[in-house]
Design a protein. Structure first.
Length: 95
């Protein structure tokens, strides 16, 4: 296993009015589950100083396969369906 992540996934959510804490809670649950997944180097829920209304999930993965495998798991997809808006997702890979 590498000693660093080769894939970083950033998922930005714009919660509906009054749902910020709820969205953050759902994402924190996802991050906790993710941390135990094979190939995950870590996950955390943050806010952005540039977009303070956003709730951001940052994930670090050993490989794209490990990331994809987790994101296809039923417990993750069902958790994500509880959110009302589709997130903006950006994936970074090492050069």
């Amino acid at each position: 296993m590498n000693d660093h992540a080769s894939v970083v996934r950033i998922e930005r959510h714009e919660p509906s009015a009054g749902r910020r804490d709820e969205v953050a809670g759902v994402l924190k649950t996802a991050a906790e589950t993710m941390r135990d997944a094979s190939g995950c180097f870590g996950a955390q829920v943050t806010t952005s100083d540039r977009q303070p209304t956003q709730v951001v999930l940052i994930e670090r993965w050993e490989s794209e396969d490990a990331m994809r495998s987790f994101h296809e798991r039923p417990e993750f997809t069902s958790l994500e369906r509880t959110l009302d808006n589709k997130p903006s997702v950006e994936i970074f890979t090492t050069a």
